[in-house]
Design a protein around this ligand. Structure first.
Ligand SMILES: Nc1ncnc2c1ncn2[C@@H]1O[C@H](COP(=O)(O)OP(=O)(O)OP(=O)(O)O)[C@@H](O)[C@H]1O
Ligand SMILES: [Mg+2]
Length: 389
């Protein structure tokens, strides 16, 4: 899990312990030219027509944690098409551990838009993982609506993203595992197989694979706790993690599971060479989500029920993040009102207030947010500008 390095003591007298984006400036970012917004700790509701810039604003915030943001966009796409000046995002952040200024943007030195730089309190930091020391974030986007129905690969990616929210090193592990997996398959297909190189790749796959499986298992256990402590109207989900390594870790030490995976990979070389796929390893694992009350797998639930299950999972994730990081994460909920009935919407708003997270919610219409607006700040987005009501 993330080793949170804290150089600052918690601020005396700050009883809320909140993480708050107090000010955000966007320069040449997507359809924003030069915008500065002052924001309070309460939920932020952004409404506006299709294409006005609501998701773009949430995407900018999502770049304040390691990774490629909530759209997983290539860096070049972020550059405002009408400007050649580099894009930049600057944020004044208030945390339980003190105030912080974070800046990120396209590197003006390289000029090709393919590198992003990160500044924390005016100092250039190497890589993005330092952001995770100060920031915690979760998001739900319309792209995730079908994730529970789409199949093992999408659900696995969702789970890996949740792990990544706690532990930025997880991304590196998954990347190394997949690289070794591709290289092993290439050698098996193209031959002749170099035994020493194959063994080295399978060693890498066994080590990183078991670390990945262990992190996923830990995450699922945490999610179960998060789900058990919910009081909201969202459906309870039962979670099962299917996968040889994940299941073996239930009653075997990691080193033994590593050995088993290594042996299985060596044993299946011939089959893998023929089929062109790798039959064992955590790249085949699945997170099975079951609607507890209906005893129905999520992929057989209705669209609205799937969305509700997804929100329930994300709320559990936010609860766990809050308890581990000792501060509620920033929570981005893009186009959230779609598919939710009145009771679930009211329950979501209530839960967001209870969690004390600075939530950012978007939608085209104001009406679905009516019950939240007395406790929120409401901005209307128009052509890359935000007008506060
Ligand atoms: N790099 C860019 N430069 C300039 N404009 C861009 C860039 N990338 C996206 N846009 C434009 O930004 C606009 C706003 O997009 P965004 O996805 O934020 O809209 P939205 O308010 O979330 O709309 P919806 O309600 O449909 O989800 C779109 O018209 C899009 O074409
Ligand atoms: Mg949008």
């Amino acid at each position: 899990m993330l080793n949170v390095v804290r150089s600052l003591a918690p601020v005396a007298g700050d009883t809320r312990g909140q993480l708050v984006v107090g000010q955000i400036s966007l320069t040449n970012f997507r359809n924003y030219h030069d915008v500065r917004l002052n924001i309070a700790a309460t939920p932020v509701v952004l409404t506006g027509a299709n294409g006005s810039g609501k998701t773009n604003l949430l995407e900018a915030i999502s770049l304040l944690v390691p990774g490629r943001g909530l759209r997983r966009a290539a860096l070049r796409e972020l550059q405002n098409q009408k400007s050649s000046e580099p894009w930049a995002i600057a944020v004044d952040l208030s945390t339980p551990y003190g105030a912080l200024h974070i800046g990120t943007g396209s590197d003006p030195e390289t000029g090709d838009g393919d590198r992003r730089i990160v500044h924390i309190d005016g100092k250039n930091v190497r890589g993005q993982n330092a952001l995770a020391e100060h920031m915690a974030m979760a998001w739900i986007t319309p792209d995730m609506d079908r994730v529970l129905a789409e199949g093992p690969s999408a659900r696995r990616k969702l789970l890996d993203r949740l792990v990544y929210g706690f532990d930025p090193a997880h991304n590196g592990r998954v990347h190394r595992y997949e690289k070794a997996l591709r290289e092993r398959l290439r050698i098996l297909r193209e031959g002749p197989a170099d035994a020493a190189w194959l063994k080295a790749l399978e060693d890498e796959m066994a080590q990183t694979g078991v670390a990945i499986a262990a992190a996923r298992r830990h995450m699922v256990q945490q999610l179960r706790t998060g789900i058990a402590t919910t009081t909201s109207a969202f459906p309870r989900a039962d979670l099962e993690l299917k996968g040889l390594a994940e299941e073996a870790l239930e009653n075997q030490p990691a080193l033994l599971v590593e050995d088993s995976l290594r042996e299985a990979l060596a044993r299946t070389r011939g089959d893998d060479a023929q089929s062109g796929t790798c039959v064992c390893g955590p790249h085949r694992s699945d997170l099975v989500v079951i609607h507890r009350l209906k005893q129905c797998p999520a992929d057989l639930c209705s669209t609205g029920e799937q969305k509700a299950l997804l929100i329930a999972l994300m709320l559990a994730h936010v609860r766990i993040l809050t308890s581990i990081r000792q501060m509620p994460p920033i929570f981005l909920l893009d186009d959230i009102a779609a598919h939710l009935d009145d009771i679930r919407r009211a329950s979501l708003f209530e839960e967001l207030r209870t969690l004390g997270t600075q939530a950012w919610l978007t939608g085209t219409d104001t009406e679905p947010f009516a019950s939240l607006l007395p406790h929120a700040q409401h901005g209307v987005v128009e052509f890359g500008q935000v007008i506060w009501l």
